[in-house]
Design a protein around this ligand. Structure first.
Ligand SMILES: [Cu+2]
Length: 268
């Protein structure tokens, strides 16, 4: 299967293409609500046009004094309630579907920092690494401006991944539109969600909380790859991101931040 690219495209309409089951569910809910909106808009527009045409002063010189119509009042109460029920049921179903993975294959801890992401893989040797943006001058042809990172997160295609988010300093948000993932990263709190990519590809996202002046420094790149490629990456990453606590032989869990972030001011 051709790897997909989950990223915004110029002049796109509607939602980004779906790379997994959550986005599929979001897509069908979006279609349902959109169709209801279109129907209501057409109905109200026709009603308005008819009233303008039929009840203008010329055609209707003596206005009706009727102020109550029981049947009509029941109808315009009950019908909107029914419409809301039709929207609410799939909406709640979707919220619970996104809420947590029932049978996750493994867990990823995602921590939002001002301004970069830290990923920890507790089920693959507990290695952790930082993921930082690629600056304009370092982009290679074909890369997306403001969306590329130095260390993408890899997941296996088809794996159900539990995502636990936390914030290191302020509230961030882990958001990948094409996988239908969004969870706040709140300091002092762990929130859960999950994701699954049903097809190989690269899925782009960004922190979508306005978390500070360098908010754009938090792009997200998730690559869904075949299981063997993921295993090889995790194997290599355990060594690559390992470091030793100075003065001891004890391995630390996470490598310290090695490339301090350049400020937006320095970029200008
Ligand atoms: Cu942020």
């Amino acid at each position: 299967m051709e790897p997909m690219v989950g990223a915004p495209v110029p002049w796109a309409m509607g939602l980004q293409a779906s790379g997994g089951p959550i986005k599929d569910a979001i897509g069908s809910f979006n279609t349902l609500v959109f169709n209801i909106i279109v129907a209501i808009t057409i109905f109200v527009a026709l009603l308005l046009a008819w009233c303008i045409w039929r009840y203008n002063a010329k055609r209707n010189p003596v206005p009706s004094q009727t102020s109550h119509h029981t049947g009509l009042e029941i109808a315009w109460t009950v019908i909107p309630v029914l419409i809301l029920v039709v929207i609410a049921i799939p909406s709640f179903r979707l919220i619970y579907y996104q809420d947590r993975a029932r049978d996750a294959d493994f867990t990823i801890n995602v921590t939002g920092h001002q301004w970069y992401w830290n990923y920890r893989m507790p089920d693959h040797g507990n290695f952790a690494f930082d993921s930082r943006p690629v600056f304009d001058e370092d982009l290679t042809p074909g890369q997306f401006r403001n969306l590329e990172v130095d260390e993408p997160l890899l997941i296996p295609v088809g794996a159900t991944v539990r995502v636990l988010t936390q914030g290191a300093d302020v509230i961030h948000s882990f958001f990948i539109p094409s996988l239908g993932v969004q969870r706040y990263n709140i300091p002092g709190r762990t929130l859960e969600t999950w994701m699954r990519a049903d097809r190989p590809g690269t899925f782009y996202g960004q922190c979508n909380q306005i978390c500070g002046t360098n908010h754009w420094f938090m792009p997200i790149v998730i690559r869904a790859v075949p299981q063997e490629e993921f295993n090889a990456w995790a194997e290599a990453a355990r060594t690559r991101f390992a470091h030793t606590i100075p003065g001891t032989n004890a391995p630390a869990l996470a490598a310290p931040a090695t490339n301090p972030i350049r400020t937006a001011a320095a970029q200008q």
